[in-house]
Design a protein around this ligand. Structure first.
Ligand SMILES: *Cc1c(COP(=O)(O)O)cnc(C)c1O
Length: 429
């Protein structure tokens, strides 16, 4: 595989940008390879600056459910741009996007648009604290909710009640208000509620976890969690930044028939452009400024070009039934892989739902972060390298999902299955 141009750009990038990237996972550190420098992408394919072609299962880490470069979205972006890039005042299209979100997420009775998933979560948490007049938040080990201080927290060793920052630069004090529970383990949540009676503003969760690899909620787990929240007068926040418009049109809450108090969205609702949204019960949302006491703002919030891309994406998803198409692609992949990995039950676990999939290099069940951490990083590293050589781009980390799109063809998947088969044989045998 040619890589002269990529290596040249990488050298300059590493001088000018920390790690040569604007988001850490892109540096390929955990797989020890030099990162891809991308030139363009089309439908299910992505191309680096050396003209190498890959079938893309990263899909910008989720937004591209329609595949890359959907003509309807391109048209919406260019038509909108002709009329100006931003105004600092409300546009009709913001109301239209809020209406579309509300149509699919009726639990989001009122909506505020922001610029990223991180911002959506950060603001939702402030809102929950303002509304309940409590400070503590419960999150789950291995769930990712963006990079705001209070969400970059891990369980300390020893007692479940201590948490510590998972990044330098975060005041220890800001981590003390975030309590960490174990995914799929209601007992750990009960303990936290017991130890912090009437102190917990909200519990935040990825209703399908996709940032420690894909980990599915066990039957009854989310329902039990919501009951615990109600019993304790705490709010439940669903972070559906990945799952929204993917695991169903109405996200995980639609799929499982649940109604959270607050929901965070991002990724797909911008169709690849930067956006985020949070929304929920009207009485809670009315706590937001300018009508309530919880301050939140954004110069570029509701940016007309991002909003146009979002509207066009959601409409195109409706028109194509893209959720089902991506699901079918995923099902076809899983069906064909199952036979290939039959003999490796003790070494590989495949977790998948809808168009999300992770192959863990760990035998049998993967139900929480502790299970995930038992997967074999060295095997994953080898696996990733072989896949890339075969022209398949998956995220360079065991802790990410494969994202399928409505544009992944049978032909793409047949090629992918052959590559996975080859990679697994080489890695495990
Ligand atoms: C990606 C993601 C975020 C953060 O969104 P950004 O746009 O990267 O800030 C938050 N929560 C979940 C579940 C995500 O997958």
């Amino acid at each position: 595989m040619k890589n002269t141009r990529s290596l040249n750009i990488l050298r300059q990038a590493e001088i000018l940008m920390p790690g040569g990237v604007n988001s850490p996972v892109r540096a390929f550190k955990s797989v020890g390879l030099s990162p891809l420098i991308i030139k363009k992408a089309h439908e299910s394919k992505i191309y680096d600056v050396d003209e190498n072609e890959y079938i893309d299962y990263v899909m910008s880490y989720g937004p591209m459910l329609l595949g890359h470069g959907d003509a309807r979205v391109i048209k919406a972006i260019s038509d909108t741009a002709k009329n100006g890039f931003g105004f600092g005042a409300t546009t009709e299209t913001e109301v239209e996007l809020a209406g579309l979100v509300n149509k699919y997420f009726p639990s989001m009775e009122m909506i505020r648009l922001v610029n990223s998933g991180t911002e959506a979560v950060m603001s939702a948490i402030r809102l929950a604290r303002g509304f309940t007049k409590r400070d503590k938040i419960i999150k789950f080990e291995g769930c990712y909710h963006g990079h705001s201080d209070s969400m970059l927290v891990k369980a300390g060793s020893g007692a479940l009640t201590t948490s510590i920052p998972s990044s330098a630069g975060i005041p220890v004090n800001s981590s003390l208000d975030t309590l960490v529970a174990v995914y799929n383990d209601l007992e750990t949540v009960k303990d936290l509620f017991l130890n912090h009676k009437r102190e917990v503003a909200a519990v935040i969760i990825e209703p399908v976890a996709a940032n420690m690899g894909v980990v599915l909620p066990k039957d009854g787990f989310l329902e039990g969690l919501m009951d615990l929240c109600h019993e304790n007068d705490s709010l439940i926040i669903f972070d559906e930044v990945i799952t929204g418009f993917r695991v169903s049109h109405s996200g995980a809450q639609g799929l499982f028939g649940l109604k959270p108090d607050i929901t965070c969205l991002g990724k797909i609702i911008g169709g690849g452009l930067p956006i985020g949204a949070f929304g929920g019960r009207r009485d809670i949302m009315e706590y937001l400024s300018p009508i309530g006491p919880v301050y939140q703002a954004g110069t570029l919030s509701g940016n007309p070009i991002c909003v146009a891309a979002g509207i066009a994406t959601i409409k195109a998803i409706e028109e194509d039934d893209a959720v089902s198409k991506a699901n079918e692609a995923s099902q076809y992949l899983i069906k064909n892989l199952k036979d290939e990995i039959k003999g490796f039950d003790d070494k590989i676990t495949m977790n998948g739902i809808a168009s999300l999939l992770t192959i863990f290099f760990k035998g049998r069940d993967v139900n929480n972060f502790r299970d995930v951490m038992k997967s074999d990083a060295i095997l994953f590293k080898k696996f990733f390298g072989i896949m890339l050589n075969e022209g398949i781009f998956i995220a360079p980390s065991q802790y990410e999902a494969m994202f399928l799109s409505s544009k992944h063809s049978k032909h793409d998947i047949d090629k992918t299955v052959l590559a996975i088969k080859k990679a697994i044989k080489e890695v495990l045998c």
